[in-house]
Design a protein. Structure first.
Lengths: 412, 286
């Protein structure tokens, strides 16, 4: 593919093609130049943060499935509490299945400067980086509008490389990409990426190996297997990683999104890439299922809340962001979601909830909460964290090259 | 206005065409031109796209995805033949033997449409699961090998598409067969044709417009389908629809996605052209 970097105004197209033709074709294009000029936040400079006003009473919060507390009867306590306290009417939807697909659905509105219909979106760190660069996110003022973030978030979740100074986003939850395995189907202990990639080893489990369809996760693990730190990867490293993945492909059952958890739980997958929080939840039904951070390393990723450009209810969005950084709310979410909360104070509160449940004689809940508070998958140990790497933040050329190499892996 | 029209009768047919014509312009011609324009642009989201008339994208895209293009046409062909083999006897029975149950039988054909396409396909995923009700049971009693599976095979994908588009085959065939005057078949048998000869020489030729419509209505969506390959297949059953979907929504490589869409359209048009020649220029009547 080509790498046309010039920022083309439409006017030049008109000149080049003759007006009538360009009128039809140009008007149908995927808006180049002109609307970019209308996005002042583009490179982080000059934009005014949203907020500082009165909430409008409406909030459209769009998140990934199963990513907030849910009492199983259609109620979401955190949302309900927020509505009660603030009087803001929240429409919570679980429309995000995949960063890029979701981005594809809102990109036309963002590019045209129209209200995207979402006031808070939750996307992964690298996507935050891309959207900042494209000028698709509203600037926020965490000190003024999200004081709980400064007070309660752990330092390692502040001021990250994809959004220095938290000018556009604050973390929702983090998680670890590692290996899950089902001891009922696997004879040995799995500790290493070699047991996911080595063609000879996986022959035994051919057709029972699960991989993700998320390019960054898959390539990063293959890079780690090759001894390359993902953030330092060159294109040659990625080509070598692709070779590993192509060799592995014949034994891969599928390249999954979130639905890998079903196949992992029902015994179709023996060894699979896995996200920490999912495995923790699956363990509640099947305590045998295992999750490991491989010896070679795993990935620590963070999903972040952000306000897309042109969102209609930014003040309501900021109120929600501040709300979820209260330790008791963070604990409530962590108890249900089981990913890694950016609020370390939550661990204490989950333990307290466990004690309270015990005192009430509700041993089942107490045991569950104790498991959450003590699980290294929810509150990872320093030893685990020391073996975790971040995704490389890709520029456009790299992203295109990586995507091309990876599509060969998943679609033959 | 009406008085004016009375004196310019020639305008009336064009006025009748106006709503449909506008519809086609807005929802067919413009999107098609957009697609063509996008295919010929170069650039990226951040830096903007520019129309460069990069026609090289077409051979490039074909070279990169020839396997998936051919596989899609091949699956489309198999699906059409299968759907015809299943659908023709069905339509024939409903049309000639349905009697007072005709309407109920037709309703049964359409009934699956009361549920969403996606839900129905996901259900197949459960039905065909390795350890699901059917395969699990057969494995349990030892009829099938433990490693046997249907999901992630061409069989699952082709069956899924056939299942999903079968009603599109049955309905036009039914309409064509229903119109045939049974007395023509009686006349043929009166003239000493066997029942089989009567079918071959009378019924089949008279229903050929239905056959043509039915095969188009299954072939075209089948070739472009991506859901069945996505849910029931694996990387080895990837169809061109999946490639376009990923290019467009995941890789955000809009030009190549648009180019492949046009190539797919062209491929379908060429196939239909030869097919209609084969059926001696039958007109598309639905």
């Amino acid at each position: 593919m080509n790498t046309m970097k010039a920022r083309a105004g439409r006017s030049r197209v008109f000149a080049a093609v003759g007006v009538s033709m360009a009128l039809v074709l140009g008007a149908c294009g995927i808006g180049p130049g002109d609307s970019n000029d209308a996005s002042p936040g583009a490179t982080g400079g000059g934009g005014q943060p949203v907020g500082g006003g009165e909430p409008s009473g409406v909030l459209n919060f769009t998140n990934w499935p199963l990513y907030i507390d849910d009492d199983g009867e259609g109620n979401r306590p955190t949302i309900d509490q927020f509505e009660e306290e603030t009087g803001i009417d929240v429409t919570y939807s679980e429309a995000i299945q995949d960063n890029s697909s979701f981005f594809g659905t809102i990109q036309p509105q963002l590019e045209a400067g129209r209200d995207p219909g979402h006031d808070i979106i939750v996307v992964t760190d690298w996507m935050i980086g891309n959207m900042i660069e494209l000028g698709y996110l509203e600037q926020i003022d965490v000190e003024r509008d999200i004081p709980n973030f400064g007070a309660n978030a752990a330092d390692k979740y502040k001021d990250r490389s994809y959004d220095p100074g938290n000018l556009y986003s604050v973390p929702w939850q983090s998680g670890i990409t590692g290996i899950g395995y089902n001891p009922a189907l696997v004879d040995e202990e799995i500790t290493s990426l070699a047991q996911l990639f080595d063609p000879e080893f996986i022959q035994k489990y051919c057709g029972q190996i699960g991989m993700f369809s998320e390019m960054r996760d898959v390539i990063s693990l293959a890079l780690l297997y090759n001894g390359v730190t993902p953030e330092d990867a060159t294109i040659e490293d990625v080509e070598a990683a692709q070779a590993i993945l192509l060799e592995q492909a014949e034994c891969v059952r599928g390249y999954y999104g979130n639905e890998y958890a079903d196949d992992f739980a029902n015994g179709s997958l023996a060894i699979t890439m896995a996200w920490s929080g999912d495995v923790f939840q699956l363990q509640l039904d099947n305590p045998d299922l295992q999750f490991v951070v491989p010896d070679e390393g795993g990935i620590l990723w963070t999903d972040n809340m952000a306000i897309p450009k042109g969102a209609e209810h930014p003040d309501d969005a900021l109120a929600m962001m501040d709300f979820v950084y209260r330790p008791e709310i963070a604990a409530q979410v962590a108890e249900w979601v089981n990913y890694i909360t950016p609020v370390p104070g939550a661990q204490e509160i989950v333990s307290q909830h466990a004690d309270e449940a015990e005192a009430d004689g509700d041993t089942e809940t107490a045991e569950y909460l104790r498991a959450v508070a003590e699980s290294p998958l929810v509150f990872p140990t320093d030893e685990m964290l020391s073996r975790l790497y971040s995704y490389k933040v890709l520029n456009e050329d790299e992203e295109r090259q990586w995507a091309e190499l990876f599509q060969r892996v998943t679609q033959g | 206005m009406l008085g004016w029209l009375r004196h310019h009768k020639g305008v009336v047919p064009y006025l009748f065409l106006l709503p449909g014509g506008l519809w086609l312009i807005v929802f067919f011609v413009l999107p098609l031109l957009t697609t063509a324009s996008v295919a010929l642009q170069e650039g990226s989201l951040a830096s903007g796209y520019r129309l460069t008339f990069n026609f090289g994208i077409f051979p490039e895209a074909i070279g990169r995805w020839d396997t998936q293009l051919l596989r899609s046409l091949q699956y489309g062909l198999i699906v059409t033949v299968l759907a015809m083999l299943i659908g023709y006897p069905m339509a024939y029975t409903i049309a000639f033997r349905g009697g007072r149950y005709k309407n109920i039988l037709l309703l049964l054909v359409i009934l699956p449409f009361f549920t969403s396409f996606i839900i129905r396909t996901i259900s197949w995923k459960f039905i065909l699961a390795d350890q699901g009700f059917i395969l699990g049971t057969l494995k349990e009693i030892g009829i099938l090998d433990q490693g046997f599976r249907l999901l992630a095979t061409p069989i699952a994908v082709i069956s899924g598409i056939t299942y999903n588009f079968l009603p599109f085959v049955v309905l036009p065939l039914y309409v064509a067969l229903e119109r045939i005057d049974p007395r023509l078949i009686e006349a043929a048998t009166d003239l000493y044709a066997s029942r089989f000869q009567a079918f071959l020489r009378v019924t089949l030729p008279l229903s050929i417009s239905g056959v043509f419509a039915a095969s188009l209505l299954s072939f075209i969506p089948a070739v472009g389908d991506y859901l069945n390959a996505e849910l029931l297949g694996s990387r080895n059953e990837t169809m061109i629809g999946n490639v376009i979907q990923r290019l467009f929504l995941v890789n955000r490589d809009y030009p190549e996605a648009a180019a492949l869409s046009l190539i797919l359209m062209a491929g379908i048009l060429v196939s239909i052209f030869f097919y209609s020649r084969l059926l001696r220029g039958q007109e598309l009547t639905i």
